[in-house]
Design a protein around this ligand. Structure first.
Ligand code: MTE
Ligand code: MO
Length: 382
């Protein structure tokens, strides 16, 4: 359906007061939408159940993804609008088309939001809204070529089967991409070799390698080619970098670089502070960017993000593993550290081939998007 106003339900967008803790509203989102347990950074490919999850509304009733349900038999993808030949495809049609598999690191644009001060009130991610999966599906271009773009088509609009209200706008989850779409964009029916789990978009989702999560529309049921840029809520109002609510802002697109540590040693239950023994410690992690390969990861073991322009400690280069055959997946990195008794703050910082890097200070914006401020990990050596 078309978007329409539905007032009196959605609380207005809000910035937390200085020092205000996480509220019930944020907790209810955080309890639904889980992050990657950071120790799972050890896996090159994230097991499906450990991949982060973000769902704006409800997981729609499109089947369980276990193979024992018949819902996927009745599911259809429609292609319509400014096309030469409207199409209606079922899963069998899609599975019969040549498929490709791509290893893709996906990250929520809101990752890092809860570390902002003041904090935009929304899903309170710290740094864990990331995961990497092997997505198999049909290149979107294949299906678009079959339908054929009619003259004047400028964008493809993707609609999911989920429905809700957000900031007073009742809507289906819907996003667009400009035409022509990249050759790497996929209609994925398979995750890590199995059916998509319900929470990851069963039976079909869009995969837009290099872009933040909001572009990867789940439970995809319709693609419409349009002759004017899509002005829907998720495109024109949400997912914009802006300082004030009334600004138009800049669209959120590709993933800014980030490096994360596989948490060293063992954790304290509540504080998550890490404990390591004195002596050599291998520090390792993953780093990624939607703007090209990560060419450098630096580590500071005497770090203090507020300790001065260089983070208060010296930076040393970690060894960054090459991308191998997976241009859209995170890269491993490691460095050796000799831990001495005391309390340490470890900082890691990635730089990509485009020269983009991670700031020590927060890149604040009203939606809390793209906050790739360096990660700081507290470690006690005893
Ligand atoms: N249909 C639909 N697609 C969606 C969303 C949604 O709420 N509905 N959330 C988006 C957002 S904001 C993110 S970060 C990713 C999360 O994908 P994942 O849950 O598979 O990790 O899905 C995107 N696709
Ligand atoms: Mo997201």
């Amino acid at each position: 359906m078309e978007e329409r106003p539905l007032t009196g339900i959605s609380p207005p967008g809000r910035i937390a007061a200085p020092g205000e803790g996480i509220g019930q509203d944020e907790l209810s989102l955080a309890a639904r939408n889980h992050g990657l347990p950071l120790e799972a950074l050890r896996y090159e490919v994230t097991p499906a159940g450990l991949h982060y999850v973000l769902v704006h509304y409800d997981i729609p009733d499109t089947g369980t993804g276990t193979g024992s349900d018949t819902d996927a038999d009745t599911w259809r993808l429609t292609l319509r609008g400014h096309v030469r030949t409207p199409l209606e495809l079922d899963l069998r049609d899609l599975r019969s088309l040549p498929s490709v598999t791509r290893r893709v690191t996906m990250e929520c644009a809101g990752n890092g939001r809860a570390r902002l001060s003041p904090r935009p009130v929304s899903q309170p991610w710290l740094v864990e809204a990331v995961g990497t999966a092997d997505w198999t599906g049909v290149p979107l271009r294949t299906v678009l070529a079959e339908a054929g773009a009619a003259p004047g088509a400028v964008e493809a609009v993707f609609t999911g089967a989920d429905h809700g209200v957000e900031r007073g706008v009742e809507q289906d989850y819907r996003r667009s991409l400009p035409l022509p779409v990249g050759e790497d964009v996929l209609l994925a029916h398979t995750m890590n070799g199995g059916l998509l789990p319900p929470q990851h978009g069963h039976p079909l989702r869009l995969i837009v390698p290099g872009w933040y999560g909001m572009a990867h529309v789940k439970w995809l049921r319709d693609i419409e080619l349009v002759d004017t840029p899509f002005g829907g809520y998720q495109q024109a109002t949400a997912y914009r970098y802006k300082q004030a609510a009334e600004e138009a802002g800049e669209p959120v697109t590709r993933i800014a670089p980030r490096a994360l540590l596989i948490p060293p040693g063992f954790p304290d239950f509540m504080s998550r502070t890490r404990v390591v023994r004195p002596g050599p410690v291998r520090l390792a992690g993953r780093a990624w960017s939607g703007y090209g390969a990560v060419v450098r990861v630096e580590l500071s073991t005497g770090g203090d993000p507020d300790g001065g322009p260089d983070g208060g400690g010296g930076w040393v280069d970690a060894e960054v593993l090459p991308r191998g055959g997976h241009p859209y997946a995170w890269q491993g990195w490691h460095a050796d550290w000799t831990a001495v008794p005391g309390t340490h703050t470890l900082l890691v910082r990635a730089t990509d081939a485009s020269g983009r890097t991670q700031p020590l200070r927060q890149p604040w914006n009203r939606g809390g998007f793209g906050n790739n401020q360096v990660q700081a990990v507290s470690v006690v050596c005893r």
